[in-house]
Design a protein around this ligand. Structure first.
Ligand SMILES: [Zn+2]
Length: 346
């Protein structure tokens, strides 16, 4: 199927016929990026929610569909709301919600802020334009994590508003300086926050997204609102990556595989702390050379965080782990996990 990268569709106040019976039928009825506008009590302000940048991360779509179908004439949002469903064509490829991006495509959330204006870069530019045209006061980008884990928010800056917004969805905020070409790194002249709602198969993740949208649509002054809950802040995560060409496996015991083997229950570390000297897998004779953690200066600092005990890969210090995944394709192409030294927590 040829993709028309110049396509972007607008829906205003969609009725129940347009929204179909459920979120899957609605997804199948739209094709390219789709903008949905809902007018609020105060029409001078607009809050934007983007979602489905990754086709296998359905919580945002499920939540916004539920919110839209529950909307009534006397139950309007406090401001205008603009939802942007970014990759419906990727999500609706069989199996539905099975592809982060298409096999011969690009990861759309690595295509923002490029001077290029074709294919997925063009799509990213169209989405950016659809955000900028309403001069939003807030931009929330809803995702799911590849593995299981609790919800967390990511921001490039620590502001009262970032903390306040995070508290509407979850209880952790990660401050990231990583530049990958993601939508959240862009300057839309408003507070931008990514929310990783948790695993894509978890009902709880859909609920996190839905409750967050409900709060966002009903709280007039988010800046001044009391935090719904305490938010832990984590500084400057790093990415643990496998070097190109190195084999990656998951196992419960050391099976002597080449390259790197991670524990098959690696995702458990998303829920807690990886303690110093705790094992997360095994390596072959290349040892730590199989892996890299590139710091801000561009140096590989793997030795600061991990060491070996025989051929066991163990943590050198207490670490908070995010987005550990056992989806091999994502672990190899993106990263094995994100980590923050536990002492860095503010
Ligand atoms: Zn994502």
């Amino acid at each position: 199927m040829a993709i028309d990268f110049s396509e972007i569709n607008y829906l205003s106040e969609p009725d129940s016929f347009t929204l179909k019976a459920d979120h899957v039928q609605f997804l199948l009825s739209i094709s390219g990026p789709t903008v949905i506008d809902i007018s609020g009590k105060d029409t001078s302000r607009t809050r934007v929610i983007t979602t489905l940048i990754h086709g296998n991360e359905p919580s945002g779509l499920i939540a916004l569909h539920r919110w839209l179908t529950n909307l009534t004439a006397d139950n309007r949002p406090v401001t205008n709301m603009r939802f942007i469903i970014c990759s419906p064509d990727v999500a609706s490829q069989s199996p539905t919600f099975g592809h982060r991006y298409l096999e011969d495509g690009l990861d759309l959330n690595r295509c923002f802020d490029h001077s290029l204006d074709y294919s997925y870069f063009k799509r990213a530019n169209l989405i950016s334009a659809a955000i900028n045209e309403v001069s939003p006061e807030i931009l929330i980008d809803l995702h799911n994590t590849s593995g299981c884990g609790p919800a967390f928010a990511v921001s490039v800056n620590k502001t009262e508003l970032a903390l306040s917004l995070s508290s509407l969805f979850c209880s952790s905020l990660i401050l990231s300086e990583i530049k990958l070409g993601a939508i959240m790194e862009q300057d839309f002249r408003c507070q931008t926050l990514t929310v990783e709602c948790g695993g894509s198969q978890d009902q709880q993740s859909h609920e996190v997204a839905y409750q967050g949208i409900c709060h966002l649509a009903s709280i007039d002054d988010v800046q001044a609102c009391h935090f719904h809950r305490d938010v832990d802040v984590f500084l400057a995560p790093l990415r643990l990556q496998i070097k190109p060409g190195v084999d990656l496996n998951y196992a419960d015991i050391d099976e002597g595989f080449e390259g790197v083997t991670l524990l098959s229950n690696i995702e458990q570390f998303n829920y807690g702390i990886l303690r110093a000297e705790q094992m997360l897998g095994w390596v072959d004779q290349q040892g730590l050379d199989n892996l890299q953690i590139i710091d801000k200066q561009g140096n590989n600092c793997i030795g600061q965080y991990f060491t070996l005990r025989g051929n066991q890969l163990i943590s050198k210090i207490d670490l908070n782990i995010f987005m550990a995944t056992k989806v091999t394709s994502i672990a190899k192409s993106d990263c094995l996990l994100y980590l923050v030294a536990h002492t860095n927590q503010m």
